[in-house]
Design a protein around this ligand. Structure first.
Ligand SMILES: Cc1cc2nc3c(=O)[nH]c(=O)nc-3n(C[C@H](O)[C@H](O)[C@H](O)COP(=O)(O)OP(=O)(O)OC[C@H]3O[C@@H](n4cnc5c(N)ncnc54)[C@H](O)[C@@H]3O)c2cc1C
Length: 231
């Protein structure tokens, strides 16, 4: 999986702080982004988070380029309705025939017998896809035979409020391993650009209360434990 930050709102921490200040001050927004006024208030952003005044987070957004994610994980990703997505089409783009076009779960990669069965099934499905295309079947119909684990490419945009929500759900130990890894990489990128805004982003067990009906029984102690858990 490859995740890169394609674009983001400039000065995200400062912009959220200015958006919050305008609620309580009689000053034009443009002034709040200048000189002394622009000084970032870590305490202010922290208070926004704890008071739930997180509509201010919606003013900044982050756009990611994601390659090599399986369609298993992308199906979960696109359930996040407040995000914007553009995904490689299997109707218009002919799929690769090589085994690397399919994501291999670590549990299978680390089991030689399982790996052999898996690679064999991938080859069968890719051979069938190729034959159907050669018979003149359209890509949109031939793709029905492709595995769920086939990799895809996406451009995804989320605002910071939605990112917080996404991270709280998908950095949970009970989240599926691939979307967990995607969320982890996205959070690293977000923290580089907006360290204050994303200081308290992460799994609900660290910053809030576990919302899972069946808890993992092993909550993360802190964000460092979470961020270094999966490499
Ligand atoms: C561990 C885990 C297991 C899961 N298992 C399953 C499963 O077995 N089957 C399955 O179908 N899904 C499953 N899901 C997906 C889950 O049900 C959600 O669809 C997904 O997590 C997106 O969350 P969301 O709706 O909160 O987020 P978003 O769509 O990003 O929405 C963000 C928030 O906006 C608000 N919102 C958005 N749209 C509406 C709306 N129409 N009405 C009211 N409020 C809205 C809500 O407050 C929501 O939390 C699972 C998710 C997780 C994390």
């Amino acid at each position: 999986m490859n995740v890169i930050l394609l674009a983001h709102t400039p000065e995200p921490d400062e912009l959220v702080a200015a958006a919050a200040k305008i609620c309580y001050r009689d000053v034009a927004a443009v002034e709040l982004l200048k000189g002394e006024e622009k000084n970032l208030s870590r305490k202010l952003i922290s208070e926004l988070f704890s008071s739930g005044h997180t509509s201010t987070f919606e003013h900044v957004s982050f756009t990611f380029g994601i390659d090599g994610l399986s369609r298993v994980a992308s199906h979960q990703l696109v359930r996040h309705r407040l995000a914007s997505f553009s995904q490689q089409s299997q109707r218009y783009v002919k799929m690769n025939y090589d085994p690397e076009a399919v994501v291999i779960p670590p549990s299978i990669k680390n089991n030689p017998e399982a790996l052999e069965i898996y690679l064999d099934a991938i080859k069968n499905s890719q051979d069938t896809y190729k034959k159907l295309i050669e018979l003149g079947i359209s890509k949109e119909d031939a793709r029905f035979i492709l595995p769920h684990g086939h990799s895809t490419r996406l451009v995804v945009t989320m605002n910071a409020r939605e990112l917080h929500h996404f991270f709280s759900l998908r950095l949970c130990r009970r989240a599926q391993w691939e979307i967990h890894e995607l969320a982890r990489r996205m959070l690293i990128l977000c923290r580089e650009k907006a360290p204050v805004l994303f200081e308290k982003a992460g799994c609900a067990c660290i910053f809030g209360k576990c919302t899972e009906a069946r808890t993992c029984g092993n909550p993360y102690k802190d964000m460092e434990a979470l961020m270094f858990d999966c490499d």
